[in-house]
Ligand binder design. Structure first.
Ligand code: HEC
Length: 199
């Protein structure tokens, strides 16, 4: 007697479970997309701001002035824009000029993968990465976007013969452990890294 009824109930349960999973999955995908859009926006604005400070000083006072300004303001601007957006914002790399920009374990994992992709020729401006990471009881949204070397960067990040003597001396003075030279246009220089606690 109860068999057909049980069968029906089972079907309804299955349907409800499937629908719940679908809703959860869609909600997760949507919120991931929202986070990516939000973090991409912050990254692009930050890159624009930093580049305009750099280019303004390069054209007004040349590379020596640009280095002095950059070494004073790069970290500050990064912190200010991070705080304004309620995130932890950093520039990270395997070859830091400023040791504060050394990649942590998570960032190193993503950067390693991106260096492989660059060697295969499949890393581009659209590349980005988002992962929700749990540390103890907190969940963090961690987002990264690659930074590439362009022509104007070579004045301070290029090979031996691209960097002038005075520039070399000033860099050595401020950053005795500088590793951020020897790059060519299109090289992966590092990444913008954003971290935010989520509910
Ligand atoms: C006028 C010299 C100069 C030019 C040109 C320049 N940089 Fe830099 N770059 C610096 C200095 C100085 C630092 C260290 C800033 C600090 O102390 O935070 C730096 C740091 C960085 C960092 C942070 C990682 C690290 O090594 O500390 C990245 C990423 C970076 N530069 C990318 C670029 C890119 C991309 C370009 C071209 C669009 C560029 N830079 C052009 C001088 C320069």
């Amino acid at each position: 007697m109860s068999c057909p009824y049980m069968y029906k109930m089972k079907k309804i349960y299955l349907l409800i479970t499937a629908l719940t999973l679908l809703i959860l999955f869609t909600a997760q995908t949507n919120s991931d997309d929202e986070l990516k859009n939000h973090f991409r926006e912050i990254s692009l604005t930050f890159m624009e701001d930093l580049k305009s400070v750099l280019m303004k000083n390069l054209s007004e006072g040349g590379p020596l002035q640009a280095i002095t300004v950059c070494s004073d303001t790069a970290q500050e601007l990064t912190n200010i824009i991070g705080e304004k957006n309620n995130v932890v914002l950093r520039r990270v790399t395997f070859k830091p000029r400023n040791p504060k920009d050394t990649a942590d374990a998570f960032e190193a994992k993503v950067l390693s993968r991106w260096h492989e992709l660059m060697d295969e020729g499949s890393l581009d401006k659209e590349t980005e990465y988002l992962e929700i990471v749990k540390i103890e009881n907190e969940s963090y949204a961690r987002y990264m976007k690659p930074i590439f070397i362009q022509g104007p960067c070579l004045t301070c990040h290029g090979g031996e013969n691209m960097i002038g003597g005075e520039v070399k001396n000033l860099l050595k003075e401020i950053y005795p452990d500088d590793k951020a030279t020897g790059y060519k246009p299109g090289n992966l220089r590092g990444a913008i890294s954003i971290s935010q606690i989520i509910e």
